[in-house]
Each structure stands twice: as structure tokens, then as C-alpha cells.
Design a protein around this ligand. Structure first.
Ligand code: PEP
Ligand code: MN
Length: 266
């Protein structure tokens, strides 16, 4: 069933945009210096419009780095002050969301593990409503378009108009060279059902390794997606999470140079 969400186009909340929506930044913020240095390098590339940095990291299994927590919000504030880029992080409950909005973040996104929980999505929607924050909703880990749409509807029904969907691939059920398999049919179905919803691609979590980022990003634009969220770290070799899929800001620039971008929606 087609649902016309009451939604603002990207240009309404990002007036300076003249390109596809490109979001970049580290998987995890690790220190103030790492956040600022990565952001400075990314801001030199005028194609990057939003800086991302994870502070609460939803690790599949315990025992690995789970993010720096609330202190990272201060580093995002500094990134914004210094570079002028809007900043965003992943939130997974009402408390994260309250803290992120209080810190003046422009964007919060719901991660793939949280999109699968209607209660979590609802509590985040209830905190964001009434603010101007942008809410981005990643697909759930399982290829269930209804669940993804349900999350987007919950955000929309709270009166939030700055909404973006992110395709980050699905947990593979058969062998694939990718970490999470992209399902372009799912994208087409979402687009058909919610025609005015901006949808971007997260090639980093689909790929799992740097070598596949270009082909996935190109495919996303060929399919008519509205932008990319790409993980970028000043020195991926020592990243505390997702080291093998992150690009230096310079390598991100080289990848963008190679992409043939056809996009009329930004
Ligand atoms: C991330 O963006 O770093 C992340 C954890 O993503 P996902 O929810 O897609 O796994
Ligand atoms: Mn990551």
C-alpha cells in the first residue's frame, strides 16, 4: 500500500546541498583528536554534507569496544562549531536521544538492530517529536520491508518531517562476498510504497571491506538512491571498530571522483 508520508525534502533541512546527500565519518568516535582531525579532513571535501560518529556502539557480541558514550557528544559539538558541518550519531533508546538533542545534534539515526523493535522506535520518536532533528532509519537486520516501513511510519506519525531511510544490507542467509547482502528489490519496494521518502545507501556495512565500496556505491546511484553514508577514519588501520571497511578522507574523495552520480532528488 502506498503511503504518502508528510515529509520534508533534503533541501528543506540542508539548504546548501547541491549534490546527493553524502554523510561521512568514523564508525566510532575514539578521542576528541580523532573526531576533530577526521572531520577537518572531511570538511575540506565540499561534497560531504553531514559528519557521522558513533558514540554508543551496538556490538553484536559483548567484549568488544562499545563506544565512548556521552563524552563523544561534546566532541561532535566541537566538530560542528569548527567545521560548520551538521553532526549525527546513532541512538538506541530514549536516554541516548534526549542527550543527543540536548547536545544540539542535527541528526540521530536508528541502527539496524533497533529498527526491528517497535518499542524502541516509538520511544525515540516520542523524544524527537517537536524538535527539528533529522531521523534516519536503517533497515532492520532481517529483510522485512514491513518492519522497516513500520518504523518509518512511527517516526512520521509522531509529526517528524525530516526523515531519511538508509539501506545497510541484511544479515546474509547464504554465502556472499559482502558482510551484509544488499537487496535492491527491497529498496524498490520501499520507494514504491513511500515515494517521497529520501533513501540513501550505507555501502560500508554492506561491504565489510573497503574493496567493495565503489561497486556498491555506484549500484546505489544507478538504482536512483539519494545519497550515501560512508564510514571514514583518519587512520582506518587503528580504528577500534569496523577497521577493514573504513576509508581515509583522501580515499573517500578518490572514490567519489570515480562515481557516476545521477541524482535529481537532493
Ligand atoms: C554503524 O553505523 O556504525 C552501525 C553499527 O550500523 P548498523 O546499525 O548498520 O549495523
Ligand atoms: Mn560501523
Amino acid at each position: 500500500m502506498t503511503v504518502k508520508l508528510d515529509i520534508n525534502p533534503i533541501k528543506a533541512w540542508l539548504p546548501n546541498i547541491d549534490n546527493p546527500l553524502l554523510i561521512a565519518g568514523p564508525c566510532s568516535l575514539e578521542s576528541e583528536e580523532q573526531a576533530l582531525e577526521t572531520a577537518r579532513l572531511l570538511a575540506q571535501d565540499k561534497r560531504v554534507f553531514v559528519f557521522r560518529g558513533g558514540v554508543w556502539k551496538p556490538r553484536t557480541r559483548p567484549g568488544s569496544f562499545e563506544g565512548v558514550g556521552s563524552i563523544g557528544l561534546k566532541w561532535l559539538q566541537k566538530v560542528k562549531e569548527e567545521t560548520g558541518l551538521p553532526v549525527g550519531t546513532e541512538v538506541a533508546n530514549a536516554q541516548h536521544t534526549e542527550e543527543a538533542l540536548k547536545a544540539g545534534l542535527d541528526v540521530v539515526w536508528i541502527g539496524a538492530r533497533s529498527t526491528a523493535s517497535p518499542f524502541v522506535v516509538q520511544e525515540i520518536a516520542d523524544v524527537v517529536k517537536g524538535s527539528n532533528a533529522v531521523v534516519m532509519v536503517k533497515n532492520p537486520v532481517n529483510p522485512d520491508v514491513q518492519l522497516w516501513m513500520g518504523a518509518l511510519e512511527r517516526i512520521s506519525q509522531a509529526g517528524i518531517k525530516n526523515i531519511v531511510a538508509i539501506h545497510r544490507g541484511f544479515t546474509p542467509f547464504r554465502e556472499t562476498k559482502y558482510r551484509n547482502y544488499p537487496n535492491w528489490k527491497t529498496f524498490i519496494e520501499l520507494k514504491r510504497n513511500m515515494p517521497n521518502l529520501p533513501i540513501i545507501c550505507d555501502p560500508s556495512h554492506i561491504a565489510g571491506t573497503r574493496e567493495y565500496l565503489l561497486e556498491i556505491s555506484q549500484k546505489a546511484f544507478d538504482m536512483g538512491m539519494d545519497g550515501l553514508m560512508v564510514e571514514s577514519h583518519r587512520d582506518p588501520s587503528c580504528a577500534m571498530s569496523d577497521a577493514s571497511q573504513q576509508l581515509t578522507p583522501a580515499d573517500l574523495g578518490k572514490m567519489l571522483d570515480k562515481l557516476v552520480i545521477r541524482n535529481e532528488n537532493a
